[in-house]
Design a protein around this ligand. Structure first.
Ligand code: ADP
Length: 162
């Protein structure tokens, strides 16, 4: 039987416990999950692509069915190139919904055979985003419940040196 590969795209700047939850659950359903770090030259990020790759691999201790890659351009093009069955996205509040609905429909037009699958956030992570992790950390707040330990350390280092 053909192995089913899913792409989970995003910025992951930084990886949060909300992302980890989606990745863990995605690995229960698919044979292989590729975290696709979308490189967008218009976005300034806190961590380089290499650092983001490193934190995801560390958090999952190089899980054998998980791959971390970076891509530029359209997510659908990348997904087709990788032979993916689907694109995986997480949904938090209603605020995510409209944007995701538009993206899923555009992507379906661009590549009709590629499904976009949504997973509802686990309730304890519905308020967690990379953006608010950065805000809390910037003002010295405790982020230990929001990100894995390795990411907490990398963020601490970042603020020490900046
Ligand atoms: P983007 O750069 O597109 O905002 P992110 O890197 O923040 O993407 O997130 C990648 C994916 O993970 C998106 O589908 C986003 O909705 C999802 N996600 C982010 N945080 C959470 C969370 N706390 N619970 C569930 N899904 C989440």
């Amino acid at each position: 039987m053909k192995k089913k590969l899913v792409i989970y795209p995003g910025s992951f700047d930084p990886l949060t416990n909300g992302h980890i939850d989606i990745i863990t659950r995605g690995l229960e359903i698919f044979d292989r999950l590729v975290v696709g770090i979308a490189q967008n030259s218009r976005k300034t990020t806190m961590f380089s692509v290499e650092k983001r790759k490193e934190m995801i691999l560390k958090a999952f201790k190089n899980h054998d069915r998980l791959e971390v890659d970076a891509f530029t351009g359209l997510t659908v093009d990348y997904a087709v190139k990788r032979g993916a069955t689907a694109i995986l996205r997480g949904l938090r509040a209603v605020a995510d919904f409209e944007y995701e609905l538009q993206m899923a429909n555009i992507n379906r037009k661009l590549s009709p055979n590629l499904e976009t699958l949504f997973m509802m956030t686990s309730e304890k992570y519905f308020f967690v985003s990379s953006q608010n992790v950065k805000e809390v950390a910037r003002y010295g707040g405790n982020i230990s419940a929001l990100v894995p330990h390795c990411v907490e350390q990398m963020i601490r280092e970042k603020f020490k040196t900046s």
